[in-house]
Design a protein around this ligand. Structure first.
Ligand SMILES: [Zn+2]
Length: 430
């Protein structure tokens, strides 16, 4: 009995050891397969990150309603191009020192994976705007450059404005745009397009479209860029003549300050390319690199339209940004090597899509308002009557969508904006 029992134990032990060994082997095999599969899945040659500045969920809903001509029957099938993307999620946007971020720490979070304080670009949390520098952080664009990828920045704001600058600049104050332009010159970014000529030209000189510069050091950065091999263009016709096959480095600056709102641009299309056209040109130039590329595209003036409580420009610039998303998706479709991510840095305006009044849900019409920038009057009820001149950013979460290798990571629960950096870095294997 004893013997039998001990034999039984031995048999059981051997079986157990055998099972454990099998399990261990299986585990190793599984791990290596999983590793292989996930590497394969996560491996992207190219990443295109498109940021709608100030583009929260309500701005998307508003754009869909506009696309459906405010007709409920048409609204059912109404889709933005970004609505076709495979994976969706939502992102928290707070900065180190505020629930309500501005574009500088939001861009820094996406570009470096680190939170910093409002007004600060590319420096850690020890930096304080107007007060002191912090330690420089490394951006995803700099990592991509270092590994031999081509890089590009496209925006409808000044190219030295906070969102694009978050990918290449390191300053304690986002308003130091002359210094930010210097840093752009040394960034080795291959393709850059947007507005902002004024920070490339001295205050005693005129920029190519006739406005005075804002630099105080006598330098002509436009010449310095060209001396470094950049092709420089500043209007639509020169932009159209750019042959992507024969262009390696491009600086396109189409306005002294920000570029036009889309609805203004449509009235004088000879002046400036659209954000979709700039995106297409950037992709044509950057995609010649066999190692791949990283491109950031910003629909930068959705935010400005919301600050100004301008529904028409909010819709116009959101739809124009969506056209740029389509350009990116057209490039990525039919290939399995390009991760496209669309998100926002923060919502702007506290846009509320409300009915005309309390008893008119059934009337079918909406009366959108920008609720932010109002103050509560004292009293038994909160009556929101005093409007600040400008609507403000808000603390609400923003959408994120993705398609391509690694896209599933945007839909694994709540994201923080710093995780966008990790998703891109892992996809590119940096
Ligand atoms: Zn803003």
């Amino acid at each position: 009995m004893l013997k039998a029992t001990s034999e039984a134990i031995n048999v059981n032990t051997r079986m157990l050891l055998g099972l454990l060994a099998l399990a261990a082997v299986a585990c190793l095999v599984h791990t290596s397969i999983a590793q292989g599969v996930s590497d394969q899945n996560a491996s992207a040659k190219n990443v295109i990150l498109l940021i709608g500045d100030g583009m929260g969920f309500p701005q998307l809903t508003l754009a869909r309603i506009a696309k459906a001509n405010e007709n409920l029957t048409e609204y059912g099938p109404s889709r933005l191009f970004m609505d076709s993307m495979d994976q969706t999620g939502y992102v928290r946007t707070s900065s180190s020192n505020s629930f309500v971020t501005d574009s500088a720490p939001a861009a820094t979070a996406m570009a470096t994976g680190q939170k910093t304080n409002n007004g600060v670009l590319g420096e850690d949390v020890t930096a304080i705007q107007y007060v002191r520098d912090g330690a420089n952080l490394t951006t995803i664009l700099e990592m991509a450059e270092k590994t031999g990828l081509s890089t590009g920045l496209v925006t409808t704001t000044r190219i030295t404005h906070a969102t694009p600058a978050g990918f290449y600049a390191h300053v304690d104050n986002r308003d130091n745009e002359s210094e930010i332009a210097d840093q752009l010159l040394n960034s080795n970014v291959e393709v850059m397009m947007g507005g902002g000529l004024q920070y490339f030209v001295d205050k005693n000189e005129s920029d190519p479209i006739g406005s005075k510069g804002k630099r105080t050091d006598g330098r002509d950065l436009l010449q310095e860029f060209q001396a470094k091999g950049y092709v420089f263009v500043y209007n639509e016709s020169a932009f159209q003549r750019i042959d992507a096959n024969n262009t390696e480095k491009l600086l396109g600056l189409f306005d002294s300050s920000h570029m036009l709102y889309e609805r203004e641009r449509e009235l004088s299309p000879e002046k400036e390319p659209s954000v979709a056209e700039m995106t297409g040109k950037a992709i044509s130039i950057l995609s010649k690199n066999d190692k791949g590329f990283f491109l950031m595209v910003e629909g930068g003036r959705i935010d400005h339209a919301c600050h100004a409580r301008n529904l028409s420009n909010t819709i116009g610039d959101t739809l124009a940004f969506d056209d740029a998303v389509k350009t990116a998706l057209d490039f990525a479709s039919g290939r399995n090597d390009t991760l496209v991510i669309v998100t926002a840095d923060h919502e702007c305006g506290g846009l509320v899509l409300q009915p005309e009044n309390l008893s008119s849900y059934e009337s079918g019409s909406i009366n959108p308002i920008f609720a932010s920038g109002t103050t509560k009057t004292p009293g038994p009820r909160y009556d929101f009557i005093t409007e600040m001149e400008e609507a403000t950013h808000t603390a609400v979460d923003v959408p994120i969508m993705a398609t391509g290798p690694g896209a599933e990571k945007v839909s694994r629960g709540m994201l923080d904006n710093t995780q966008i950096f990790s998703i891109i870095r892992e996809a590119l294997g940096l």
